[in-house]
Design a protein around this ligand. Structure first.
Ligand code: HEC
Ligand code: HEC
Ligand code: HEC
Length: 107
């Protein structure tokens, strides 16, 4: 019984560790583009924004969960989602820098 309890607590702890993941020390990968995988680095972006809300808000990425928002280049070029910053002002521009986000698939 005690062991069972310990196990549950350990699992809960690991669970929370994962839940606080994307910010520092973690990255997520978006894999659906034919241009290649996009790696989104939590460390780089923690420095890029003053608070989580700059990205986790209703107009952008409301949920702290991967895969809840469908990202297209059309939106990025229009200054939405990643394009809110990747517009050549706050961060490098999307149009001229495909390879800074997309790693082309290996042949
Ligand atoms: C520069 C933008 C940006 C900032 C700042 C940001 N996030 Fe995120 N975060 C994202 C995006 C994009 C996703 C993926 C959303 C999706 O795919 O729907 C995400 C996903 C997550 C996830 C889910 C990760 C997973 O593996 O499913 C967590 C947890 C998270 N963010 C926590 C945070 C916390 C806590 C902060 C503040 C310290 C933060 N984020 C700041 C953009 C950001
Ligand atoms: C809050 C502003 C902001 C948002 C939103 C944002 N970024 Fe960034 N991103 C930055 C800044 C600032 C840098 C640092 C590079 C620079 O200054 O141009 C950066 C760097 C990067 C890099 C280069 C990382 C490296 O190690 O060289 C990639 C790739 C990237 N972002 C992808 C994304 C993707 C994909 C999204 C959307 C899911 C996104 N970013 C949304 C601000 C942002
Ligand atoms: C700021 C980072 C960033 C830059 C720069 C960028 N992309 Fe993307 N792109 C993304 C993300 C994120 C997705 C969504 C991928 C997913 O959902 O798995 C995406 C998706 C795509 C897609 C599939 C969806 C669609 O809209 O058709 C294509 C094609 C694409 N990118 C082409 C390009 C080309 C071409 C360039 C350069 C002119 C470029 N990308 C520059 C982040 C970027």
């Amino acid at each position: 019984m005690l062991r069972m309890f310990t196990l549950i607590i350990v699992v809960l702890f690991i669970g929370t560790g994962r839940a606080l993941a994307v910010p520092p020390g973690k990255s997520i990968e978006f894999k659906y583009s034919p241009m290649g995988t996009v790696k989104f680095d939590g460390d780089v972006h923690k420095k890029a924004a003053a608070s989580c809300k700059e990205c986790h808000n209703d107009g952008m990425f409301p949920k702290m969960k991967q895969g809840t928002v469908k990202i297209s280049m059309e939106q990025i070029y229009a200054g939405k989602l990643c394009g809110f910053c990747h517009n050549g002002k706050k961060a490098f521009e999307a149009k001229a820098n495909c390879q800074r986000c997309h790693t082309p698939p290996k042949k």
